[in-house]
Write a protein that binds this ligand. Structure first.
Ligand code: ADP
Ligand code: MG
Length: 200
């Protein structure tokens, strides 16, 4: 029931994950995180890396483990989370919503960075992050390094304050390599998110 309520976009488990395909990843670290101690300690996990490297898969796998262990879990994309907070905010219920979300031991915020937010999103998101700081865990995934989160949130100051709280007690895991989705496609590179490869 907890797994169903979490709203995972698919069922991916840590057991399905092929660690040989992701040599930059420490298998022991993931297995250890799967043990769930990070939830007791209200620590966060941040998964960074290019598309298709398994960030969402690992986030779901860890989320399923947490649900199995009895924690309430809620999964959403960053865009979905902002929409949810905005909805509450417009109805004057932001504080109530944030308190309600504290009953969840784990919130998963997938895909920070694919879509830039409007400025008030930074503020809403910052409030969510602060409310969980040292109380309950977050797992975040992003295709962008922290240095570029300011651009995503349209607010460098709020992004810096948010990252500061997220990483204070966190495992930050960087995935590398080619997309697993493309592994049999013959395509070896995708457009990069690095600024030197953009038209800016
Ligand atoms: P990301 O979120 O980093 O873009 P996903 O986690 O969605 O990537 O992975 C893309 C697809 O490839 C998913 O179907 C996922 O299950 C699969 N996948 C990625 N990495 C691995 C891996 N190391 N072992 C098994 N499946 C993987
Ligand atoms: Mg993903």
């Amino acid at each position: 029931m907890r797994i169903r309520a979490a709203g995972f976009p698919s069922r991916k488990t840590l057991d399905d994950f092929v660690f040989d395909h992701q040599p930059s990843l420490k298998r022991d670290q993931i297995i250890h995180l799967g043990g769930g101690l990070f939830l007791e300690q209200a620590r966060n996990i941040v998964l960074l890396g290019p598309p298709g490297t398994g960030k969402t898969h690992l986030a779901i796998g860890l989320g399923i483990k947490a649900a199995d262990a009895g924690h309430r879990v809620l999964f959403g994309t960053a865009v979905e989370w902002v929409a949810r907070l905005q909805y509450a905010h417009e109805r004057g219920r932001l504080a109530e919503e944030i308190v309600r979300l504290r009953r969840y031991g784990l919130l998963i915020v997938d895909e920070v960075g694919y879509i830039p937010f409007e400025q008030d999103a930074a503020n809403l998101f910052f409030q969510l992050v602060s409310s969980r700081y040292e109380h309950a865990s977050l797992i975040l995934t992003s295709n962008l390094p922290f240095a570029r989160w300011g651009d995503v949130f349209g607010d460098q100051v709020a992004a810096a304050a948010m990252i500061d709280r997220i990483v204070h007690h966190a495992d930050v895991i960087t995935l590398r390599g080619a997309s697993y989705r493309l592994k049999d496609s013959g395509i070896t590179t995708l457009p990069s998110a690095r600024p030197e490869n953009t038209t800016e």
